[in-house]
Every structure is written in structure tokens, then in C-alpha cells.
Design a protein around this ligand. Structure first.
Ligand code: UDP
Ligand code: MG
Length: 319
């Protein structure tokens, strides 16, 4: 097998400080891999400017002028991390054999890419970069992140523990991912849906090379909500379950109310009000849950996800 064409996609939002350092490191890495014939000289580093307000685009176009190995993509406005990544993947897919996505701050150890390529050569279509520890994260970030993984697991969303958006996708896995028609997307939940042969490579996560986190608490919360609501309908089921619980409690309440009524410990009007509150409340929740089920179905329908993903097709037909 000749060496594969590797595209490294880097979303950049206001990264004028980190980018010169990380671009140099990525260039050294690709040069080394080309030299060792691990990847083809046609490999590229794709820098996606996600509508930055600083000099990020000047830095990117400068790098592109200097070295043909850098490609630049400029988005017209700040579309968000996931969408910037999606843009880079869409434009790179027709040109590459495999693609690695990595953040511009190089918190993820670039040397793991050697491991990614090894797994790819061994036949893996999806290789996850997995953090071996979260020592460099603040206790708050670590705690909230772990809580989030647990919650998603509870909701039935398959996610690889401690794997962020640092991963390798083969061309066919990439094309399968790009065939998902949804606008609201959560890549960490979608990639495991692909299937294919997967592998994991562990690495130490470090600190940002320069600049500040582009994920303030507000964006983190939005990201978590997006993750839940764009991958699963399960919260709707909880509404129905809660409604049924209320109806059951209402029945118990009915017994209590009737006993009180017949033993004469009530004032007029109390029994009927108590029964209506519990029974009607429960019924309303059940009804909402049922409507929610249909809304959820419409939601999934509008996502236009592929019904199947082809891995291989053995046939003697030519066309
Ligand atoms: N990013 C982006 N658009 C945004 C926010 C972030 O493209 O709206 C990029 C950012 O430049 C970086 C990556 O997403 O390459 C991850 O962001 P960051 O490192 O700030 O997140 P953290 O590591 O703090 O979670
Ligand atoms: Mg970071």
C-alpha cells in the first residue's frame, strides 16, 4: 500500500497567539511523517478560521503563502467549533485518504498521530484519541465533564469516555459521517454511530500552548444541551414516566382522601380538589409525553440520517 494522504483539520477561533506555535509543530510533524514515508507528500494541514475577530486569518494566509502544505478556509461568521470542523471535513473529504481533527491550542499531544496512523494501517476506520488523565484540567472542568459522560450514558448515548474531538477517520468513515443530514449535530455522539472497525490511542492532555480557552461556561452548557437534545429523545420518555407516577400517586391519594372523607376528618370540597389535582396533573403529563413522542419522531425524521452505512459490498457485477 502506498502511503496515505493525511489531512489534519484544525478549527481556529481567535487563535492568533496559539496558531503560529501550533502550525509550526504540526508542520514539523507532517514533514517528519512524509520523510518516514508514513504519509504521502500530498498531505495537508487545513486551518479553518471560524469567523475570528483577531488576526487569525492573516496568520493563516501567511502560512499558506509560505508553505504549500497549509490550506486555509475562512468562514464568514463564527459558526462554532463543530461547524468549523464540519466545514474542514467537507472540503477535505474528496482529497484525502484519512483525516485527523485536532484543536488549535495543541492540548492534545500531536505525537499520538503516529499511533493513529499505525492503527489506520492495521485496518481501523475510526481511531479515537483518549486522554489518559485529566491532570491539567481544573477540578471544575473535570467534574462537569465526567458528570456529562455519565448523564449521556444514562440517556443511552454511546460515547467514548474521555475522547474529545481528536480522532482519525478513514475516507469511507468520513464520507459516512458527512452523509448525516442533520443541522444540529454532536460529533462525539455521531461518530460511534458509524460502526466500522475502531481503535483507541491514549495520550496525555496538556495545557494550551498560548491564548485562552474559547469555551467559557456559557458555551460549555450550550454544548452539553446540544449534545443531549441533538442525539436522543429519551428525556421525553421521562415526562411520560413522571406522568404515570403521578397517576399512581393519585390513586394512593384517592384511597387516603376517601378514608379521610368517611371517617369525617375533612372539610367540604377538599376531597374533590385533592383528587382532581393529582389525577388531572398526572393525565396531563402522560398526554404531554405522548405528544412529545410524536414530536420526537418528527425530529428524528427531519435529521435525515442514513438508514445504513455500507462497509463492504462483495459482487461480481462490474458497474
Ligand atoms: N473553536 C472554534 N469556534 C468556536 C470556539 C472554539 O473553532 O466558536 C476552536 C478553538 O479555536 C480550538 C477548539 O475549537 O481550536 C477548542 O477550543 P478550546 O481549546 O478553547 O476549548 P477547551 O480546550 O478549553 O475546551
Ligand atoms: Mg483547548
Amino acid at each position: 500500500m502506498s502511503s496515505p494522504i493525511l489531512y489534519i483539520v484544525v478549527p481556529c477561533y481567535n487563535e492568533e497567539e496559539a496558531l503560529p506555535i501550533s502550525a509550526r509543530r504540526l508542520l514539523e510533524l507532517t514533514d517528519d511523517m512524509v520523510e518516514k514515508a508514513l504519509i504521502s507528500p500530498k498531505s495537508r494541514i487545513v486551518l479553518v478560521d471560524d469567523g475570528s475577530k483577531d488576526r487569525t486569518w492573516e496568520v493563516i494566509s501567511g502560512l499558506h503563502e509560505e508553505n504549500e502544505r497549509f490550506d486555509g478556509i475562512k468562514l464568514a461568521h463564527n459558526a462554532g467549533h463543530m461547524n468549523a470542523l464540519w466545514a474542514g471535513m467537507t472540503l477535505s473529504a474528496p482529497r484525502c485518504d484519512c483525516l485527523v481533527s485536532i484543536d488549535a491550542d495543541l492540548q492534545d499531544d500531536v505525537n499520538a498521530i503516529y499511533g493513529f496512523l499505525k492503527e489506520y494501517a492495521a485496518g481501523a476506520d475510526v481511531v479515537y484519541g483518549v486522554r489518559s488523565s485529566r491532570k491539567t484540567d481544573t477540578p471544575f472542568k473535570r467534574g462537569t465533564a465526567q458528570g456529562f459522560y455519565k448523564l449521556m450514558h444514562r440517556l443511552g448515548v454511546e460515547m467514548v469516555y474521555n475522547a474529545a474531538d481528536y480522532r482519525l477517520l478513514s475516507r469511507r468513515a468520513l464520507e459516512a459521517l458527512l452523509s448525516f443530514g442533520e443541522v444540529n449535530m454532536f460529533l462525539r455522539g455521531m461518530v460511534p454511530m458509524l460502526g466500522f472497525k475502531t481503535a483507541k490511542v491514549e495520550y496525555e492532555r496538556g495545557v494550551r500552548v498560548a491564548g485562552e480557552s474559547k469555551y467559557p461556561l456559557k458555551k460549555m452548557v450550550a454544548f452539553a444541551i446540544e449534545g443531549i437534545t441533538s442525539t436522543t429523545n429519551k428525556p421525553i420518555r421521562y415526562v411520560t414516566a413522571l406522568g404515570l407516577l403521578c397517576v399512581i400517586l393519585g390513586l394512593a391519594m384517592a384511597v387516603y382522601v376517601l378514608v379521610s372523607l368517611f371517617s369525617g376528618h375533612t372539610v367540604a370540597g377538599w376531597p374533590s380538589i385533592m383528587m382532581s389535582i393529582w389525577m388531572l396533573g398526572g393525565l396531563q403529563l402522560v398526554a404531554l409525553g405522548m405528544i412529545g413522542e410524536y414530536v420526537g419522531k418528527i425530529y428524528m425524521e427531519t435529521k435525515r440520517r442514513p438508514k445504513f452505512i455500507l462497509e463492504e459490498h462483495l459482487t461480481s457485477d462490474e458497474g
